[in-house]
Design a protein around this ligand. Structure first.
Ligand code: TXA
Ligand code: MG
Length: 354
C-alpha cells in the first residue's frame, strides 16, 4: 500500500476546540483517512470503524499485527447500538457511571463494525473518551472511530502530538494537537462477554472503582510471551517499550534504592549511559552519579506518575541512555496500570530485592 502523504498538524484548544480543524479532521475520517487525536488517556490513531479499508490503514501505519483488535470510540450513548449488540444491563450501568472516561467495554460486536476492527472476533471493544477534542471530532464525524494508541507497534504510547509525529509522521493524514494528555496511561479494558466481568488491561480507571459496582470483577495479570499472545490479544509481553533496556526493581524501597545505586555504579563503570525514572523519594540514591534522571514526582502521586510515565521513557530514549532504572510502585489504584506498563516495558524481567 502506498498512500503515505505529508501529515497536516492542527493545534486546537484542548477545552473548546475550534470548529474548523475539527471539521477538516472529520472530513478526513469520512474519506477513509487517518486522524491522530488526543484522548484523556493517550493519543489515538483513528479511522472510520465502519470502513474496513480505512481500518486496514491503521494496522499498516503502526506496523501492528492484524490479530490485535482495536478500540472503537463513540461520542454518545445512542451510538452504542451501531457498534455493539445484546448489551448486558451492566454495560449500561457502567457507561452511565464511567463514560465519558477511561473505561473500555468488550461487548458483542454489531454487524456494521468492520470485522478487521475486532481482528475477526465477534466481540468489540468500545469506549467514550472524555477529552473535548476527541468528543468534538467524533461528533463532527458522526462516525464510530476505531483508534489504537498512535505509536508504532510495541513502542511507548504517545501522550503528546510530538510523540505521535516522532513515530508516525507521514503515515497519518492529520494530527490534532491538543497538548499533553491528562491521564497518561490507556483505558481500563473490561470484558463483559464472558461469565464473569474480567479486566483484560488495568488502566486509567482504577479496578477498585469497578469493584465497588462489580464485587466479583476478575483481574489476573498475565504476561505472555510472543508464542501465547494469540490467546490474549494485546497482552503481548513486549509492549509499551522504550528503546533502552528497562531495569525494573521491586521490593522494599530502601533495599531497591541501594540496589539501583549499586547497578548504576556498575553500569557507569562499564561506560554505559545510565538513565533513571525516579520518584522524588529515590533521587538521593543517585546523588553524585552521572545518571540521567527524569523525575516522576512523589511516589504517592500516582496520577502524576501515570501522566509522566510514557513521556519519561521517550525523554530518556532521546538522551540515548542504554538502560533505564525504575522502581515498581504499589499495585493499588493507578499503581496497577503503572506496574503493568513498567513490567511490559521491561519485557517481563523484574529484579526482586529483599
Ligand atoms: O486509552 C485507550 O484505550 C487508548 C485511547 C486511544 O483510547 N487506546 C488504546 O488502544 O490503548 P490499543 O489498541 O493500543 O489497545 C487496545 C486494547 C488492546 O489490549 C486490545 O487487545 C484490547 O484493547 N482489545 C480491543 N478489542 C478487543 C476485543 N474485542 N477483545 C479483547 N480485547 C480487545
Ligand atoms: Mg497501544
Amino acid at each position: 500500500m502506498t498512500y503515505y502523504a505529508n501529515t497536516l498538524v492542527y493545534t486546537v484548544d484542548r477545552r473548546t476546540p475550534e470548529a474548523e480543524p475539527l471539521r477538516i479532521a472529520a472530513e478526513t475520517l469520512r474519506r477513509g483517512g487517518l486522524v491522530a487525536f488526543p484522548t484523556e488517556t493517550v493519543y489515538g490513531l483513528g479511522a472510520n470503524a465502519l470502513d474496513p479499508a480505512a481500518v486496514a490503514r491503521i494496522f499498516d501505519a503502526k506496523g501492528r499485527p492484524s490479530s490485535d483488535p482495536l478500540i472503537v470510540h463513540i461520542a454518545a450513548l445512542d451510538q452504542l447500538d451501531t457498534v455493539a449488540r445484546d448489551l448486558p444491563p451492566l454495560a449500561l450501568d457502567l457507561a452511565a457511571r464511567f463514560w465519558p472516561g477511561p473505561l473500555t467495554l468488550v461487548l458483542a460486536r454489531a454487524e456494521r463494525v468492520a470485522p478487521n476492527v475486532s481482528a475477526g472476533r465477534d466481540t468489540v471493544a468500545v469506549r467514550m473518551p472524555s477529552h473535548p477534542v476527541a468528543l468534538g471530532l467524533l461528533q463532527a464525524a458522526q462516525l464510530p472511530v476505531a483508534a489504537p494508541s498512535a505509536n508504532l507497534f510495541a513502542h511507548t504510547s504517545p501522550t503528546t502530538a510530538q510523540h505521535v509525529l516522532d513515530d508516525l509522521r507521514d503515515r497519518v493524514d492529520l494530527v490534532l494537537d491538543g497538548g499533553p494528555t491528562s491521564v497518561g496511561v490507556e483505558s481500563t479494558v473490561l470484558d463483559l462477554t464472558g461469565s464473569v466481568p474480567t479486566v483484560l488491561r488495568p488502566g486509567g480507571l482504577p479496578i477498585e472503582a469497578l469493584r465497588a459496582i462489580i464485587p466479583d470483577v476478575v483481574y489476573t495479570p498475565q504476561y505472555l510471551g510472543e508464542q501465547e499472545s494469540a490467546q490474549g490479544p494485546g497482552m503481548l509481553l513486549r509492549h509499551y517499550s522504550p528503546h533502552a533496556q528497562l531495569l525494573l526493581y521491586d521490593g522494599k524501597a530502601e533495599s531497591v534504592r541501594a540496589a539501583m545505586r549499586a547497578a548504576a555504579l556498575r553500569l557507569l563503570a562499564e561506560n554505559a549511559i545510565v538513565g533513571a525514572m525516579a520518584y522524588d523519594e529515590d533521587r538521593a540514591a543517585f546523588a553524585g552519579l552521572a545518571v540521567e534522571i527524569v523525575p516522576l514526582g512523589p511516589e504517592a502521586n500516582t496520577e502524576q506518575i501515570s501522566r509522566r510515565l510514557y513521556a519519561a521513557m521517550r525523554e530518556l530514549d532521546g538522551r540515548k541512555v542504554d538502560c533505564i532504572l525504575a522502581r515498581g510502585p504499589s499495585r493499588t489504584g493507578l499503581g496497577a496500570a503503572i506496574w503493568d506498563r513498567l513490567i511490559r516495558a521491561a519485557e517481563g524481567r523484574v529484579i526482586e530485592v529483599d
